[in-house]
Design a protein around this ligand. Structure first.
Ligand SMILES: Cc1ncc(COP(=O)(O)O)c(C=O)c1O
Length: 437
């Protein structure tokens, strides 16, 4: 009989602890600091911005600074059971198209509620907020995947949710906004009239397209002037990266079931959370000095933080309201061009991923947006699965890795993370492929 094409774990096999790699590199891990004076932050200080539990994770407080395994709360496990584990697939159609004799696999986070890896962290963030007795969470979103996940998670826990969505995506991706509004969220086009910073930017340029840094700044201004609200971050924080390790912990079990020791792992990067989570179990091996697969981070050539940015402390938002974090950055005032892969528009990459790149464990490459869409269309033809434009960057890097292996006469096992679905990005695909409205 032919070898398997998909691997799905049972409910009992869902990992019940997240992998806290920052504890392993604690001495090297650069903590966030306050303002130009770069003062150390306290959990109490940071709790005015994030929920207390997120502030503890961010500052590696208590067990977060010492324990490699962080038990997943029972209520989060109940939510995870609604959709996890996600299947691992073999991309036979793509292999055939490329004439590739090695194997290509992909982990399907597009099957999750709201269509991406984002609920993996939205759920625990909403739970922490509920347990703290907060009224709600405020956040920014680019493509709308994060906003949709956060809105859905907040709804599940009876919390209010406000989302600042970058203007270009607000206009280009109305269906994601509908998804957020269906879950009861209040969605503003950012920059907005709701905040002083937004009004200033709109006065300078009424057609301002926004950025994730601006959205984050508006969200934080709303939190600091409101009562009972905190900021929730989907891609830049360590807490989001920690929660995403559920993906990699499943992956390692699924690949073991498939009898595969991967040669190459690939993921796209906006802030770095799907990549970090997806590769976490293998990063653990490498950090312990064992050999591990080659790891490739596919960023957008329009926002080349890892390939062209500097590794230094910078603000996470455009208005200097957030703490400073050490990361690869293009500068907090960087304004990306209008791009459809809204989730990759961020000016920096999360400190934990930046550290892994700095240590030489992960290699970054930049993918042009047109190529990503082309490859997204090709993947749809070959596999019947339309990837989010963000995820298509990972597919482009996977194809490059396969072509290189082929040219070297090697049969490598390449695994990539399909971080989200592209069915609500059809307008972007239509524009790129020149389809008539
Ligand atoms: C589908 C998808 N993939 C990837 C990303 C990038 O985020 P991260 O690098 O934190 O995984 C986003 C961000 O919004 C996204 O929506």
């Amino acid at each position: 009989m032919r070898e398997n094409t998909k691997w799905i774990l049972s409910d009992r096999e869902i990992p019940d602890a997240w992998l806290n790699l920052a504890a392993l590199v604690r001495n090297e891990y650069p903590l966030p600091v306050e303002g130009e004076a770069m003062r150390p932050l306290t959990v109490q200080g940071l709790s005015s911005r994030y929920s207390e539990e997120c502030a503890r994770i961010e500052l590696l407080d208590g067990s977060y600074g010492t324990d490699l395994d962080i038990s997943i709360p029972g209520e989060v496990m109940d939510q995870y059971r609604k959709y996890r584990t996600t299947p691992l697939f073999r991309a036979r159609g793509l292999e055939k198209h490329l004439g590739y004799e090695g194997r290509i696999f992909y982990k399907r986070e597009d099957f999750n509620p709201t269509g991406s890896h984002k609920p993996n962290t939205a759920i625990p963030q909403a739970l922490y907020a509920k347990e703290q007795g907060l009224r709600g969470l405020v956040t920014d979103t680019g493509a709308g995947q994060w906003g949709a996940a956060m809105a859905w998670a907040c709804r599940n826990y009876g919390l209010e949710c406000t989302v600042f969505m970058t203007r270009n995506s607000f206009i280009a991706k109305p269906y994601r906004r509908y998804l957020m509004e269906l879950a009861g969220a209040l969605v503003h086009s950012s920059p907005s009239e709701m905040t002083a910073q937004g009004r200033t930017l709109l006065a300078e340029n009424p057609d301002h397209q926004g950025s994730l840094g601006i959205g984050m700044g508006e969200a934080l201004e709303t939190v600091l002037h409101g009562d009972g609200f905190r900021l929730a971050l989907g891609c830049m924080s360590y807490y989001a990266a920690l929660h995403q390790t559920i993906v990699g912990l499943e992956l390692v079990k699924q690949l073991a079931q498939a009898g595969v020791e991967p040669d190459v792992l690939v993921a796209c990067v906006g802030g770095g959370t799907n990549l970090f989570g997806f590769m976490s179990a293998y990063l653990l091996r490498k950090l312990r000095g064992d050999p591990g697969p080659e790891m490739i981070a596919a960023e957008s050539a329009n926002v080349p933080s890892l390939t062209k940015g500097e590794y230094r402390y910078d603000y996470a938002d455009a208005f200097k309201l957030t703490p400073k974090v050490k990361m690869y950055t293009l500068g907090h005032q960087f304004l990306p061009p209008k791009i459809h892969s809204g989730g990759l528009r961020y000016h920096g990459k999360s400190p934990i991923l930046s550290l892994m790149v700095k240590k030489g464990l992960v290699r970054a490459i930049a993918i042009e947006q047109e190529r990503a869409f082309e490859v997204g269309g090709l993947f749809y033809e070959c596999e019947g699965v339309l990837p989010a434009p963000e995820s298509a960057h990972a597919i482009a890097a996977t194809i490059d890795a396969a072509k290189l292996a082929k040219a070297e006469g090697r049969k490598k096992d390449i695994v990539f993370c399909l971080s989200g679905t592209g069915y609500l990005d059809l307008r972007g695909y239509a524009d790129m492929f020149g389809l008539k409205p």
